[in-house]
Design a protein around this ligand. Structure first.
Ligand code: SF4
Length: 469
């Protein structure tokens, strides 16, 4: 099959049949990738093909991405046979270019998603990521959206096996920031002109907590309403599973988005990583996601990538789940073991340091592929480049911004609380808001050939379009 598409003398090969036009483009793209690994070809405007719409390159992003991918360990690092690489890249290209396109994105089947997750060379990832990035750049006009995260309380009534702030961790000093401390952070985010903030905490359904939050959101809206923000700064919540009536109260107080990760859409796997009791029910989580939609929140979800026993089929079905739920935002990241948790401790006891590092790199690569595949399938949703990527790779978040993600969420939690909000190992060490923060983050975003879009809520276009229909 391959020799028919790529004959020995590729340069003199002429396509004879008109219906092979798309294959010719595929061949050209792949041949150039192999010969000039630094850049993908620019599709000239004269090409009447479907790739033109999806695949315009940007040199700065391309160079940054390629340079970093080439430095990464790949399963087939020793593989030097260009024909084999070419065959693998051809498979990726064929899936991306030939799958049916809809208004919201490319339709991929489970087996095709699995194949893309199975990439084994940097060239395959390069093609997939650049394809996804070209969509993100077209939809978001080369812009990256920022939201400041305030982790205002580490008190949680749950005991998820993977989480560093689970109720059963006795080594944490529990805290809830005062209203004044939170408002100080809000003021900082507002002055930085991010346009949006995320209030995040462990899950606590007590009535006085809800009263506190309703009052807080109203105050945030009041203090940030001005000419530029006639409805105040955008307020996003990530507070775990809440009842319909609590979610309604928070919405009425002014919250507009809600992030609730499903963690795994495979019920069996979900149950493996949570205690088996009524407080950790898969059905309740699904119900909560549906309630959020009913209440007209912009709904975000996501999964952990690289958890023990998770298969590529699970991940493929996670993406299909996001699509089926018609979500507006994605917040997913690699699983990083946390100490003093059942899952983390088991890994620390049974694996060597280098085995753990290997697992982390695999989770990192899978996470990037999940971003890229999600972008290909859901063109207009917001995808956050998670902080956890930075814990594995110094340019993790920038690489994600070159692979389909379009949102960054810097942590604004004051340093004295951050040590106690260690969801996974190394999180509290990630430097975020400092005096020269904006300069540093602008540079960070520029590395991926993009710039920050300040001064607006920056809703996902997917949500705005749904509202109009
Ligand atoms: S994942 Fe969320 S709900 Fe579960 S223990 Fe951690 S903070 Fe609590």
């Amino acid at each position: 099959m391959l020799s028919k598409i790529f004959p020995k003398n590729a340069k003199s090969f002429k396509l004879k049949q008109i219906n092979q036009k798309s294959m010719k483009i595929t061949k050209n793209l792949i041949t150039t990738i192999i010969q000039k690994p630094k850049r993908l070809p620019i599709i000239k405007p004269t090409h009447q093909n479907r790739t033109k719409r999806h695949f315009k390159t940007n040199q700065k992003t391309d160079d940054f991405l390629t340079e970093n991918l080439k430095k990464m360990e790949y399963k087939n690092k020793e593989e030097n046979d260009p024909k084999k690489i070419q065959k693998r890249v051809e498979e990726v290209t064929k899936i991306l270019i030939e799958s049916p396109k809809t208004e919201t994105g490319t339709k991929l089947k489970e087996n095709e998603i699995i194949r893309l997750l199975e990439n084994q060379t940097w060239q395959e990832d390069e093609y997939l990521f650049k394809f996804a990035d070209s969509i993100a750049r077209r939809v978001f006009d080369n812009k990256v959206y920022f939201r400041g995260i305030i982790e205002f309380s580490n008190i949680c009534q749950k005991n998820c096996f993977y989480c560093g702030i689970r109720k059963g961790n006795p080594y944490l000093k529990r805290f809830t920031m005062t209203r004044e401390e939170i408002l100080e952070c809000v003021d900082k985010i507002h002055k930085l002109n991010f346009g949006c903030l995320l209030l995040q905490s462990g899950e606590l359904t007590a009535t006085n907590r809800m009263d506190y939050l309703v009052d807080l959101i109203k105050e945030i809206k009041k203090m940030t309403t001005n000419e530029q923000y006639p409805q105040g700064i955008g307020v996003v919540l990530s507070l775990g599973e809440l009842s319909y009536s609590d979610l309604k109260r928070l919405k009425e107080a002014g919250a507009m988005r809600y992030l609730l990760r499903i963690e795994s859409s495979n019920r069996e796997l979900y149950e493996k990583i949570h205690p088996k009791n009524i407080n950790h029910s898969f059905d309740t989580r699904l119900q909560c996601l549906q309630d959020l939609r009913k209440l007209s929140y912009q709904v975000g979800t996501g999964v952990m990538i690289g958890i023990p026993d998770q298969t590529l089929k699970d991940l493929a079905n996670d993406v299909l789940f996001f699509k089926e739920m018609d979500i507006d935002m994605l917040g997913m990241g690699p699983y990083i073991p946390a100490k003093n948790t059942p899952m983390g401790d088991k890994i620390f006891q049974s694996k060597t340091h280098s085995e753990i590092q290997k697992d982390l790199l695999r989770s990192f690569q899978l996470t990037l592929r999940m971003y890229a595949i999600s972008r290909v399938m859901m063109n207009e949703i917001n995808i956050a480049s998670t902080t956890a990527l930075h814990a594995i790779h110094p340019f993790g978040r920038e690489i994600a911004l070159s692979s389909g993600a379009n949102v960054m969420m810097p942590i604004v939690t004051p340093q004295n609380f951050r040590e106690e909000y260690d969801l996974y190992d190394g999180k509290s060490k990630i430097d975020e808001i400092r005096d020269n923060y904006l300069i540093a983050s602008e540079k960070r975003v520029q590395r991926s050939g993009k710039s920050i879009k300040y001064g607006a809520w920056n809703n996902p276009p997917h949500f705005d379009k749904r509202q109009k229909n």
